[in-house]
Design a protein around this ligand. Structure first.
Ligand SMILES: Cc1cc2nc3c(=O)[nH]c(=O)nc-3n(C[C@H](O)[C@H](O)[C@H](O)COP(=O)(O)OP(=O)(O)OC[C@H]3O[C@@H](n4cnc5c(N)ncnc54)[C@H](O)[C@@H]3O)c2cc1C
Length: 409
């Protein structure tokens, strides 16, 4: 096999955008992917509506990355949401801003965008080697790949990009098996943990049987000083959905520390407690509690069931107590869903291990990008935004690295 200038390992969004940038700059680029076809997680992401990025002010968007903001910020400013939209538009996947401010391609799916993208990469001369599992370096420091037929291949590019993703949905290709390979090179890795995942709740059998699969709409969730408006979904083992995911980082840490976490649910965030008290004060004689809650407080049967789970007994009849409970129903979470079912991964390669060009300090010439880096963010387009932006930044870094090396040679 002829040696490419650059080997990109992992054909997810971070790897593919880097390949595009580098091929456009005139480099020869080969992509190596363990699965039989590229970007399986990107395709799955498109199933529920491909949320590419978000339209909120950049400063607000950057805060979504929490502690990782300072080191992700230069990459996101250099490839901000508008650049991502322009890029998608350029591939015929014109995007629009949804009512929540989230940005989607008009087709909602990832497949038309991916098809056009792969055709563009092909036109740029990028070669895609599927069915190659990267398994580290050989004794000559060449990249080693295991083939499906049991054979092996190696490559000795001038620079390499690892864009291997996190460890969620491992059957789509990203399983975090790279962690050990990098640890063997002395690189510290923050443990991979689930992010944007659901939590377990010990529901009563009535709740499980009658309400699993039902949404709690227009609620507010509070935990550790953070309040999030949105939706959640009851499932047989617990609760999941956008508003839960947004709190999944602090909830995960509290569970690891304390073994349980109490989440507070406001089932009518649009009403003040006094407004709710005055509505709940008007209960007709003989009216069942369920009807009263539905008519006076506008609570759906599933919302009323959440109140019952919170008290683990009869609901208070007194309007003040009922309003207080509706505005702050406590829900005890006992565990987090496994990383195999999470939308994304927290942990990974920490900022201390990379330079400003996303090159591993201990492995000159080896760059990293995407979800394998140690950052996390809620759903809302922030995950893909950071994967694309770090892929672009690593490509720029590789370009600079090769130019400097060339000048020195
Ligand atoms: C159900 C679901 C819905 C989602 N929806 C959204 C959304 O709407 N918006 C959003 O912003 N984000 C969404 N995400 C998250 C988003 O898809 C990921 O953050 C993103 O795909 C990560 O990109 P990446 O390139 O870093 O890694 P990945 O997309 O995981 O790609 C990594 C690639 O590397 C390959 N690989 C791994 N190890 C090896 C190896 N040893 N050798 C060779 N190849 C290897 C994998 O097979 C994979 O193809 C969603 C995720 C899920 C699971």
């Amino acid at each position: 096999m002829s040696e490419p200038d650059i080997a990109i390992i992992g054909a997810g969004p971070a790897g593919l955008i880097a390949a595009e940038r580098l091929a456009k700059a005139g480099h020869s680029v080969a992509i190596y992917e363990r699965m039989a076809s590229p970007a399986r997680k990107f395709l799955l992401a498109g199933r529920g509506g491909l949320n590419l990025t978000h339209s909120e002010p950049l400063d607000v968007l950057l805060d979504r990355y929490g502690e990782a903001r300072p080191w992700l910020e230069p990459a996101i400013r250099a490839f901000p949401p508008q650049a991502l939209r322009d890029w998608a538009d350029g591939l015929g996947a014109e995007s629009f801003i949804g009512s929540s401010g989230r940005i989607f391609p008009r087709a909602m799916k990832a497949s038309p965008l991916l098809r056009a993208w792969l055709a563009r990469l092909d036109g740029l001369g990028v070669t895609l080697h599927a069915g190659r599992l990267w398994s580290g370096w050989d004794e000559n420091e060449a990249l080693r790949f295991a083939l499906r037929d049991g054979g092996e291949e190696s490559a000795r590019p001038r620079a390499a990009l690892l864009a291997l993703g996190g460890a969620s949905w491992p059957r789509l290709g990203s399983d975090g098996s790279w962690v050990e390979l990098l640890q063997q090179k002395g690189i510290a890795i923050a443990p991979l943990r689930p992010a944007n995942a659901g939590f377990s709740v010990a529901w009563s059998s009535l709740m499980r049987e009658r309400f699993a699969g039902q949404p709690l709409k227009r609620i507010a969730l509070s935990f550790a000083g953070q309040r999030v408006l949105g939706e959640a979904m009851i499932d047989a083992d617990g609760i999941e959905g956008g508003a839960i995911y947004a709190l999944s980082g602090p909830l995960r840490e509290a569970l690891a520390r304390d073994g349980a976490a109490i989440l507070t649910i406001d089932l009518r965030p649009d009403l003040t407690e006094p407004e709710l008290v005055s509505r709940l004060a008007k209960r007709r004689q003989g009216e069942t509690m369920s009807n009263h809650l539905r008519k006076a407080a506008g609570l759906s049967p599933v919302a009323a069931a959440v109140l019952r789970e919170a008290t683990n007994g009869p609901l208070p009849a007194e309007p003040n107590a009922l309003a207080e409970l509706t505005k702050a129903a406590p829900l005890r979470l006992t565990g987090m869903a496994s990383i195999t079912r999470a939308i994304s991964t927290a942990g990974g390669i920490p900022t201390e291990e990379i330079d400003r060009d996303f090159m591993l300090k201990r492995l000159p010439g080896v760059f990293v990008a995407g979800e394998m880096l140690d950052w996390e963010a809620p759903t809302g387009g922030y995950l893909l935004q950071a994967c694309f932006a770090t892929g672009v930044a690593a490509a720029e870094g590789i370009g600079r690295f090769l130019t400097t090396r060339h000048a020195q040679a």
